[in-house]
Design a protein around this ligand. Structure first.
Ligand code: SF4
Ligand code: SF4
Length: 350
């Protein structure tokens, strides 16, 4: 493992140089908050951003993506035959992301890249992407990442983990992809390995000490799906929910989508759009039947998926990295930490 020191005076020049090889993405602040954007022209990632509204998931799995297209012009031999929009396989790097968002990408991978089915849109984007995270020295009040199997200096899913040392960055190169990105920036000042490891360790421990919020998930596995599904608390949890879907849209691990076809004059496209299990329309059948037509059913689905079904199916922990975005964004203060506590401690009365 290699450690590289980057003087902040050289940062902008290095990032600029990497554009010869990479298309860059990173957090950018505007009046609505920080978002992961395409860093066009000479834009730099905001390395101090630890609370992007949306996560890096939005780069690999955009809110709206045209996946197929066709012509409706019947004079053309291939009219009405859907073809894939050519994949953008250019190398890309997302720079300055929160470390636990890279772990979230690994969780979403479990759904999009399986033995039975490989989602080409997600997988092509994933393979073309280098993930460069920056450790969070001062986690915010909604962060419960350490009890969700990750943390403010988590390395899972990252190619490079950087530490912000005021005047410099210390980069821990975790993969060959990460090494190639550093080379493309011209960052090559090797730091002492032992000292660097010790420094990362100190920063990680300091950051983790600042996390005051924890969840306990230890008993979720022992409960049966039916026991939790039929538990009496769901009406109370769902009571104030307005089914706005915000919690699912901001979540780095939510992957639900819908497909829509649109036609304009002689051309048509098929689009994949984010969708949400919190919307009644999401599960409405063409017959009019809706298997989840009540608010309680939809709220239960969200939490059961994250805290029980996923846990049982993949044995990779819960489908949550503890970023706290849903807690911060919910307009009626529904809090996954509280719901987890209720589910984890629930004992069915005989
Ligand atoms: S953000 Fe809150 S109110 Fe909106 S759907 Fe989620 S839990 Fe319900
Ligand atoms: S469920 Fe909430 S806290 Fe967990 S990863 Fe999603 S947005 Fe973050």
């Amino acid at each position: 493992m290699k450690f590289i020191t980057i003087d902040k005076k050289n940062w902008a020049k290095g990032i600029e140089k990497s554009r010869e090889t990479y298309r860059l993405f990173g957090p950018v602040k505007d009046k609505n908050g920080s978002f992961i954007r395409d860093l066009e022209n000479d834009m730099l990632p905001d390395m101090s951003c630890h609370d992007s509204v949306l996560s890096v998931k939005s780069v690999l799995f955009p809110q709206t993506e045209k996946i197929l297209f066709t012509t409706l012009d019947e004079s053309k031999e291939d009219h009405h035959i859907m073809k894939r929009v050519p994949a953008d396989t250019r190398q890309r790097a997302v720079v300055g992301i929160q470390p636990y968002d890279a772990k979230a990408i690994q969780l979403v991978n479990l759904n999009f890249d399986t033995d039975d089915y490989r989602d080409p849109y997600w997988c092509d984007a994933y393979e073309a992407t280098t993930f460069v995270g920056v450790g969070i020295n001062k986690p915010g009040p909604f962060d419960f990442s350490t009890s969700a199997g990750t943390g403010p200096f988590s390395e899972t899913g990252l190619d490079v983990l950087m530490a912000d040392l005021d005047n410099a960055y210390l980069a821990k190169v975790l993969t060959d992809k990460g090494g190639a990105f550093m080379v493309s920036c011209g960052f090559d000042t090797i730091a002492d390995e032992k000292e660097s490891r010790a420094l990362f360790d100190i920063l990680r421990k300091e950051a983790e000490k600042n996390i005051s919020s924890q969840i306990d998930t230890g008993k979720l596995k022992d409960k049966t799906v039916l026991e939790l599904h039929e538990a009496p608390f769901w009406d109370d949890i769902a009571f104030s929910c307005i089914n706005c879907g915000t919690c699912t849209f901001v979540c780095p691990t939510c992957w639900c989508f819908d497909i829509q076809d649109e036609a304009k004059q002689k051309s048509a496209g098929r689009f994949r759009n984010w969708d949400t299990c919190m919307s009644p329309l999401f599960t409405k059948h063409a017959t009019g039947h809706n298997p989840r037509d009540s608010k309680t059913q939809r709220v239960r689905q969200r939490f059961m998926h994250k805290l029980k079904y996923f846990l049982d199916k993949y044995d990779q922990g819960i489908m949550c990295v503890g970023c706290g975005r849903c807690v911060k964004s919910c307009p009626v203060n529904i809090d996954i930490r509280e719901v987890c506590k209720i589910m984890n401690s629930y004992e069915k009365k005989e």
